[in-house]
Design a protein around this ligand. Structure first.
Ligand code: ADP
Length: 254
């Protein structure tokens, strides 16, 4: 379970507070979606979870254990990050996925590292690509490699920042399915930011609407309302229910 308790942060003393007391919790194996306008602080919140920035106060716990004072290496065993723009350098698929184990070994990988890499390869169906250069793969294959690298580290939480931002429709669908599998089959907790509200509804179990440095609204799918979306994004939408599924239409600016 991920718990974020009253986290505050600003980039420096003179700049405005970006995180002004963030409180949220997300159960193990659930997909949490952070929603908010540009500049709301989503990426900054992720940086505090990943240890790139340190909150000025508050705590971040996974399974009741604070991760704030862990070294980068120790934290990497608990939290993995799948970036939006993936660049793998000159590594094969196998080597790329092995980099997801770096927190576990000093110089050379061991038997357990190889077992976890094999497991991640199988999980993502990458067996036929292991010797190819990751950089030369298609967009969808690269996504799978990035996720395999993340799960090879056996994290408790995987963070995705705007994961569908640069993908075409087919790869967007693939990614949504992969994220659902991470949570439902592998029981990994996933936190992601998304700007497409319908994608958010499809993928998320819990939703966190961010504005003015706080989580202003939170809940399951039924938290979505036309008023909340207007407050958060400044646009008017219609929420429709089709075959018992919510759909968000429109998006006229106020
Ligand atoms: P989001 O991901 O929701 O678009 P960000 O976390 O990127 O929001 O940004 C939140 C606020 O923090 C913005 O006002 C942005 O200008 C500011 N900010 C982001 N990165 C930095 C930085 N490295 N230094 C100073 N201010 C920053």
């Amino acid at each position: 379970m991920l718990e974020i308790k009253d986290v505050r942060f600003s980039y420096d003393k003179k700049s405005p507070i970006v995180l002004n007391g963030i409180n949220m919790s997300l159960e193990k194996g659930k997909v949490g979606v952070i929603l908010g306008g540009n500049g709301a602080g989503k990426t900054t919140l992720f940086k505090t979870i990943l240890g790139i920035e340190k909150p000025s106060s508050g705590d971040i716990c996974i399974n009741s254990f604070s991760i704030l004072d862990l070294s980068r290496k120790e934290r990497a065993k608990i939290v993995s990050y799948v970036p939006q723009n993936i660049s793998f350098g000159d590594l094969t698929v196998y080597e790329t996925i092995m980099t997801g184990r770096i927190a576990y070994f000093d110089f050379n990988e061991g038997q357990e590292d190889r077992i976890e890499v094999e497991r991640a390869i199988k999980e993502m169906g990458l067996e036929s690509l292991v010797d190819r250069l990751s950089e030369q793969l298609s967009g969808g294959e690269k996504q799978k490699v990035a996720i395999a690298r993340a799960i090879a580290g056996k994290p408790k939480l995987i963070v995705f920042d705007e994961p569908t931002g640069n993908l075409d429709l087919a790869n967007e669908r693939l990614l949504i399915e992969l994220i659902k599998r991470l949570s439902k089959e592998l029981n990994i907790t996933v936190l992601c930011s998304l700007h497409n509200l319908n994608e958010a509804l499809e993928i998320g179990d819990n939703f966190f609407f961010m504005k003015d440095g706080i989580i202003k609204y939170t809940g399951e799918k039924d938290v979505f309302s036309e008023e909340i979306i207007e407050d958060i994004f400044g646009v008017k939408v219609k929420i429709l229910k089709i075959d018992n599924q919510l759909m968000i239409a429109g998006g006229e600016r106020k």
